[in-house]
Design a protein around this ligand. Structure first.
Ligand code: AMP
Length: 281
């Protein structure tokens, strides 16, 4: 595995690979890798000649400085995991390499950024778009792999690709969960044993909500049941529980046509903020 820390080093490598006609897969991450990340890397390995993984805790997407400071980092373990997955290139830049000066670009994603994560984490998706566009320009991947865990981010990245006319195929990958159903996340490392158990209620609620939907319960009733269940659960504080159109991400109160719908949730467990989602159909 080649480890590259500079833009110039990465560009030289990529240019060489492009000349050889290699098909490049890209998996952007913030490190503290787990099986969720590895599932993306495995998919990229299957579908591409070369897999580039980035590890970069992007400051511009953190609206909460404490969250940025406490974000788990474990580069030694990450490198071992990447080696065992036979990752080809690790791009591991420092902040000043990516932002030699502040990035003032403002992206517009319309309604996609006014709901859920966009509403509760102002500026978050602008920061995501800044870093993803910089990385796409550097890596010039044919395919980029993103997890459905960050459901709204996936929609934003697809919109970014359309807006910027990137010739990149975005591949969405299913959520990988712990045995107790908890969606894997780097932030789970900050939970103690009790909190891990408490956090299992998040996915339980989502799966139960899907069952209710399948049995014909209407959407407002599912939402109020889920909000009650979450707020009655010890240790959890709900930020939002929404049922949305999977394409537009607009909250819906009833089903129209054959639209896919997804329930999305953000919950605080102690001072750790977790998100999860389940698509109903
Ligand atoms: P992060 O390091 O949290 O920024 O995540 C990097 C990529 O891994 C994003 O595309 C995430 O959606 C994806 N990812 C994170 N957790 C999971 C998971 N449990 N299952 C599948 N993909 C995930």
């Amino acid at each position: 595995m080649k480890i590259v820390e500079t833009k110039a080093g990465l560009t030289a490598l990529i240019n060489g690979l492009k000349k050889q006609g290699k098909f490049i897969g890209f998996v952007p991450t913030m490190g503290s890798l787990h099986e969720g990340h590895l599932s993306l890397i495995k998919k990229s390995k299957e579908q591409c000649d070369i897999t580039v993984v980035s590890i970069f805790v992007n400051p511009t997407q953190f609206n909460n400085p404490e969250d940025l400071e406490k974000y788990p980092r474990d580069i030694k373990k990450d490198k071992t995991m990447l080696l065992s997955e036979a990752c080809d290139i690790l791009f591991y830049p420092e902040v000043k390499e990516i932002y030699p000066e502040p990035d003032k670009r403002l992206f517009k994603f319309g309604d996609l950024e006014t709901v859920m994560e966009g509403k509760y984490r102002p500026g978050h998706f602008n920061g995501v778009a800044q870093v993803v566009s910089k990385f796409f320009d550097l890596v010039q991947p044919n395919k980029a792999f993103f997890g459905e865990k960050d459901f709204q981010q996936l929609a934003i990245v697809k919109r970014l690709v359309e807006q910027k006319n990137y010739d990149i195929q975005i591949i969405s990958c299913p959520i990988i969960r712990e045995d107790n159903g908890l969606a894997m996340s780097s932030r789970n490392a900050r939970l103690n044993a009790d909190q891990r158990n408490q956090a299992a209620v998040i996915s339980e609620t989502l799966f139960q909500a899907r069952k209710m939907f399948q049995k014909g319960t209407n959407i407002p009733d599912i939402k109020s049941w889920a909000n009650n269940k979450l707020s009655a659960s010890e240790g959890l504080e709900t930020e939002y529980f929404e049922i949305v159109d999977s394409e537009t991400l607009k909250p819906i109160s009833q089903i129209t046509d054959n639209k896919h719908i997804t329930a999305c949730v953000a919950v605080h467990v102690g001072d750790v903020r977790l998100i999860d989602n389940v698509t109903f159909f």
